[in-house]
Design a protein around this ligand. Structure first.
Ligand code: NAD
Length: 359
């Protein structure tokens, strides 16, 4: 029997409430699908600053690195905003991504039929959307050298950054996207700006070269401006969208808003080997923390993503996703998703309903 050790980072704000729901569901789904699962809770973010004076204690990073997968709820809160940058919860998250060498960020966007009215787009445009944005996370213009600000001879100030990718950086992120496409609908669209940027020309060549290794995957390319337009015009055309750091930052937020509800969106960050980090896209929601108002579904869907992408437990992941769909179809809603004719529930009651649906 397989058995997994999960590092659990509940973090701040609504983190502990949604983590409790996810943990109970993971225990139940492990029993149902006959694998072992154990949890190692570690301090992270503001919660770690409170007990150890730093947002990512070395012991937390070590526990993350040596586990099978890491499940993080959310970090941050207004009480830490006045701290120096290295003592802020967000610095802990950046250090965690760097310390685990996570270069690939995956954001699935799937329309849940019961929530179709929550989107700002028309039903016929978004119904059936099921896509995955694969964004390179540790390279490109956010990290490229040289960068900075200089005074020119004429006394003007000039700011500059460098968009740079090496062939190996492109290959490792492209491979993640190709592998995902194989397990999905077999279509990969790579997004670049190859009509203007040299770095994008190299990107496109490397993706085309790798296509030979994946005859079952249909590869296409779009310029980023067209991709942004196509995402709202006809999002159903996409299966896996592969792109660099800057374009992916923008396109993943645009794609996320197709669903219309931040409390529903999971994400994963992966490295070459070693455990992945799975977390909801939303933050710690300090405005509703400790009031049993949080929507735990993005956290539960992150746990499902951990099962599928991180641990290869596809059937268990599908069980969790089906439970989410069933509970929403039955009309239960946390405050953020509330609509006419639905039944309002708190975070804990939503968790209980999910457990009942699972069993
Ligand atoms: P947020 O996502 O925490 O909240 C934005 C709004 O959405 C709030 O009104 C909140 O109540 C609501 N919301 C978010 N998640 C919800 C959920 N699961 N259920 C119901 N409602 C939900 O973003 P913010 O307010 O900009 O940031 C709050 C804190 O979270 C900040 O300290 C920020 O730095 C941090 N943050 C952390 C992460 C992370 O941990 N990855 C991501 C984003 C923001």
């Amino acid at each position: 029997m397989s058995s997994y050790r999960i590092t659990l980072l509940a973090g701040d704000g609504i983190g502990p409430e949604i983590t409790a729901v996810a943990q109970k569901l993971l225990e139940a789904v492990a029993q149902k699908h006959r694998f072992g699962i154990s949890f190692d809770p570690q301090p992270m973010g503001g919660a770690a600053i409170d007990v150890c004076g730093e947002p990512l204690p070395a012991s937390t990073l070590e526990a993350c690195r040596s586990s099978d997968a890491v499940l993080l709820a959310a970090i941050g809160g207004p009480q830490y905003d006045s701290q120096p940058r290295q003592k802020r919860p967000e610095s802990g998250l950046l250090a965690l991504r760097a310390g685990m060498e996570l270069f690939a960020n995956l954001r699935p966007v799937k329309i849940v039929p019961a929530l179709i009215g929550a989107s700002t787009l028309r039903e016929e445009v978004i119904s059936g959307v099921d896509l995955m944005v694969v964004r390179e996370l540790t390279g490109g213009i956010y990290f490229g050298q040289p960068k900075g600000r200089v005074k020119t001879d004429s006394g003007e100030e000039r700011g500059f950054n460098t968009m740079t990718y090496s062939s190996s950086e492109i290959d490792r992120i492209a491979r993640v996207a190709f592998d995902l496409a194989v397990g999905r609908q077999g279509r990969l669209c790579s997004v670049d700006k190859a009509n203007v940027l040299d770095v994008s020309q190299l990107w496109r060549e490397r993706v085309d070269a790798m296509a030979g290794d994946y005859p079952a995957v249909e590869v296409s390319h779009l310029y980023v401006d067209n991709a942004a337009m196509q995402l709202v015009r006809n999002p159903r055309q996409f299966d896996v969208l592969l792109t660099g750091n800057l374009f992916g930052d923008i396109l993943s937020d645009e794609a996320a808003m197709l669903t219309g509800s931040i409390g529903m969106l999971p994400s994963a960050s992966l490295g070459s080997d070693g455990p992945g980090l799975f977390e909801p896209v939303h933050g710690s929601a300090p405005d509703i923390a400790g009031q049993d108002k949080a929507n735990p579904l993005a956290m539960v869907l992150s746990a499902a993503m951990m099962l599928r992408v991180g641990l290869g437990q596809d059937a268990a992941a599908a069980s969790l996703e089906t439970a989410v769909e069933q509970v929403l179809a039955s009309g239960l809603r946390t405050g953020d998703l509330m609509a006419e004719g639905c039944t309002p529930v708190g975070c804990g009651a939503m968790g209980e309903a999910l457990l009942a649906a699972l069993n």
